[in-house]
Design a protein around this ligand. Structure first.
Ligand code: ADP
Ligand code: MG
Length: 328
């Protein structure tokens, strides 16, 4: 099967909202008046972002999910995406499963594939997503990293750390009971981008980011961009390790320290961390409810730069976990 047959068979569907989709030199999108385009790219490299031989259905899902997560962090509504794909060889069973996983998530979010590039090479998947953000009275409604103010509350959505547990288990450095592994692995391989929550937080959150490299590191980006600091209560974040009872993890041999490390520095969570003024607490909970996603208040922004962790008694907690960085 040649390049063009491959594109036609696995990656071409009739254009939905796009003016022109796959097949010409460019795709055409018609921006809605009064909106801005939000654009983001994420690349997944075999051996670096996913294990060789991973289920292609879940890989298709994840490749788009990590991109939709960036749109979610900006409060953007997904519109379309492009797919640049390097494949070592044409494997039709792999392509069928990959495109099925990809389109299942795309359809769930009304985000259409409008173009891309296909080449032979080591397995590498790069997606660029396009989303839409309203402009109201000349002001963009996009959520940025830079809007957090001293006194704002700090929140995180959903649960954290499960993906890290799965990664450690699949690498063989941690033994997990089968049920815990299945749950954790789902979070690693098929993250659910918080697209509805991001949009619901427009006009409420003061700053937002998606948690891809670990909570501490990603919160650090909000702090630097906003020129402020934060104090996080570890008693509020520790229970966020999956939706399981603390004791379940302890009885699986995962102690307090490890639990906290997974929550604070795990990575691959694709939850949203965000800030909002204390006056917006009810609005935040209403947004969370409308999006069907739990959010937890974990701390407060303060004027002193840097991130401080405190225990339930307000005592400083010294942490030694660091977030993921490709070049460190
Ligand atoms: P060009 O040579 O002009 O870059 P290509 O021959 O690479 O165009 O691609 C032909 C058409 O197929 C284009 O519309 C391109 O956007 C689309 N396309 C190529 N690869 C993919 C892919 N993996 N997924 C979706 N569309 C693709
Ligand atoms: Mg090309």
């Amino acid at each position: 099967m040649g390049e063009f047959d491959l594109i036609a068979r696995y990656f071409t569907r009739p254009a939905a909202r796009a003016v022109l989709g796959v097949g010409d030199d460019c795709a055409l999108l018609q921006p809605v008046p009064g909106t801005q385009l939000a654009i983001s790219s994420d690349m997944l490299v075999e051996g670096r972002h996913f294990f060789a031989g991973v289920d292609p259905f879940t890989l298709g899902h994840k490749a788009l999910a990590v991109n939709l997560s960036d749109l979610a962090a900006c409060g953007a509504k997904p519109l379309a995406f492009t797919l640049a794909l390097a494949l070592p060889q044409v494997d039709e069973a792999w392509l069928a499963a990959f495109s099925k996983g990809l389109f299942a998530l795309a359809d769930a979010h009304g985000c259409e594939l409008v173009g891309g590039d296909t080449t032979q090479g080591p397995l590498n998947i790069c997606i660029t997503v396009f989303g839409e953000v309203p402009v109201v009275s000349g002001k963009s409604q996009a959520l940025l990293r830079s809007g957090a103010k001293t006194g704002d509350d700090v929140y995180v959505s959903g649960t954290l750390g499960d993906a890290r547990l799965a990664l450690d288990a699949l690498r063989g450095t941690l033994a997990l009971p089968a049920d815990l592994l299945a749950q954790a692995r789902r979070r690693l391989e098929q993250p659910a981008p918080r697209v509805a929550l991001g949009q619901a937080l427009r006009g409420i959150a003061s700053a937002a980011i998606d948690v891809s490299d670990g909570l501490i590191g990603d919160l650090g980006h909000i702090l630097r961009a906003s020129g402020a600091g934060a104090t996080i209560n570890i008693a509020a974040v520790t229970p966020l390790l999956a939706s399981r009872a603390h004791a379940d993890w302890a009885s699986a041999g995962i102690g307090d320290d490890r639990q906290l490390e997974c929550v604070l520095a795990g990575g691959d969570d694709y939850e949203l961390a965000f800030t909002a003024p204390a006056s917006a607490r009810e609005a935040v909970q209403a947004a969370a409810q409308s999006a069907g996603t739990q959010v937890t208040r974990i701390g407060r922004m303060d004027a002193e730069p840097g991130l401080r962790l405190v225990d339930a008694q307000g005592k400083a907690f010294i942490q030694r976990f660091s977030s993921f960085d490709h070049f460190q």
